[in-house]
Design a protein around this ligand. Structure first.
Ligand code: RP5
Length: 162
């Protein structure tokens, strides 16, 4: 199975990345995590992106806050799908990173999830990889069914709480 590559701009983004890695672990998916910044280590970020396909990655997840250019900078150097997580690491609560990540120019797409949306970034990565992995596709379908059953369980007892 192709690996998911995860890059965060700073170790201060770790709590958001943990939500992604927990989800990937629950799906038994291979992944690799790095700290490369579009601003502080642009050469390493570029090299990682340029070599990602040859290094066995199938999807890349990039998390960054503030003037978040990481996902776009990575996407500029690979045709692998790139998922951006805007992080709420500033006084603007992630709105800065959301706009920086989502407003990509035509030709260099970044699939942007919610602010701090680590778990959904992992799920989207899994759905992409699952296109060529029937076992993983089944796990994702089972998870959807289990999540729906939990909601319906709550529905069945909600009136008792009122
Ligand atoms: C971004 O700036 C990082 O992704 C992080 O979210 C934010 C703040 O970084 P630190 O100053 O905490 O290293 O590049």
């Amino acid at each position: 199975m192709k690996k998911v590559g995860i890059v965060m701009g700073s170790d201060s983004d770790l709590p958001i990345i943990k939500k992604a890695t927990d989800m990937l672990k629950s799906l038994d998916m291979p992944f690799e995590v790095h700290i490369y910044s579009a601003h502080r280590t642009p050469v390493e970020a570029r090299d990682f992106a340029l070599n990602a396909a040859d290094n066995g990655f199938g999807v890349l997840i990039c998390a960054a806050g503030m003037a978040a250019h990481l996902a776009g900078a990575i996407a500029a150097n690979t045709t692998l799908p790139v998922i951006g997580i805007p992080c709420s690491s500033s006084n603007l609560d992630g709105m800065d990173a959301l706009l920086s990540t989502v407003m990509m120019p035509t030709g260099i797409p970044v699939a942007t999830v919610a602010i701090n949306g680590g778990a959904n970034a992992a799920l989207l990565a899994a759905q992409i990889i699952a296109l060529g992995e029937p076992e993983l596709a089944k796990k994702l379908a089972d998870k959807r069914a289990a999540d729906a059953a939990k909601v319906l369980e709550k529905d069945a007892s909600v009136m008792e709480k009122l």
